[in-house]
Design a protein around this ligand. Structure first.
Ligand SMILES: C[S@@+](CC[C@H](N)C(=O)[O-])C[C@H]1O[C@@H](n2cnc3c(N)ncnc32)[C@H](O)[C@@H]1O
Length: 209
């Protein structure tokens, strides 16, 4: 499944410019607002899951974060992002992989905008939650943005799962407590609207079980 998925995303990123992808925005304002509110120390490790070509990494570096990783299924997307960053890309850990299929080093912040909602299979979702639970240190945070209950039913030709805030909190309830939620309406490059639900979650406990 991962190989099929990564080839889907590599094709999308090879064939479409930013303005041709509905999820593109010049700056991930809502993610940044929620991350800024956490006031993290700049030496804390941060992971952007499914970062693609987004400019979140640029903004994290410009805020002084020194331990930033970007993970994505698509090597094509990450190569483009590295090229955009130029020399600054050397300061970032780039990982091509499936978030549901591997172990990641511990982080203080897990960020995901528009990735989790592609996991429509309950087992895959459970693996995502397990990965986040193992990766986020106790007391660390996850900032997750997914399509809202009234958001699109598909994206990039793929089906999606949609969430209101209680449903998103319920998915993570065994390991994370809900700190904040918000709603963001994204204007797509083509002029459409996509409603997102965001959750800020705090990893419980001192054991990463
Ligand atoms: C809609 S795009 C969002 C990209 C970026 N987060 C943004 O907001 O611009 C979804 C991204 O998730 C990546 N992706 C999808 N499934 C994934 C998985 N299982 N593991 C890692 N990345 C994945 C895709 O390659 C794509 O870059």
């Amino acid at each position: 499944m991962s190989a099929v998925r990564s080839s889907h995303w590599d094709t999308v990123y090879s064939e479409k410019g930013e303005a041709q992808t509905s999820w593109f925005r010049a700056r991930l304002d809502e993610s940044l607002r929620l991350i800024d509110a956490l006031d993290l120390a700049r030496d804390q490790p941060v992971l952007d899951v499914g970062g693609g070509r987004s400019t979140l990494v640029d903004d994290l570096l410009s805020r002084g974060f020194r331990d930033v990783s970007v993970l994505d299924l698509s090597g094509v997307a990450l190569d483009e992002t590295r090229r955009r960053l130029g020399a600054k890309a050397d300061a970032v850990h780039w990982v091509v992989g499936d978030v549901t299929r591997a172990e990641w080093p511990p982080v203080a912040l897990w960020h995901d905008r528009a990735v989790l909602h592609f996991l429509v299979d309950a087992d895959e979702r459970a693996r995502y939650v397990a990965a986040a639970s193992c990766t986020v240190q106790a007391g660390g945070h996850a900032v997750i943005g997914v399509f809202a209950a009234d958001g699109p039913e598909r994206c990039s030709g793929l089906p999606v799962a949609r969430y209101d805030a209680p449903a998103l909190a319920a998915l993570f309830k065994d390991s994370f407590e809900l700190i904040a939620t918000s709603r963001d309406v994204h204007r797509t490059p083509a002029g459409g609207s996509q409603a997102f639900t965001y959750a800020v979650l705090r990893r419980r406990g001192g054991d990463n079980a």
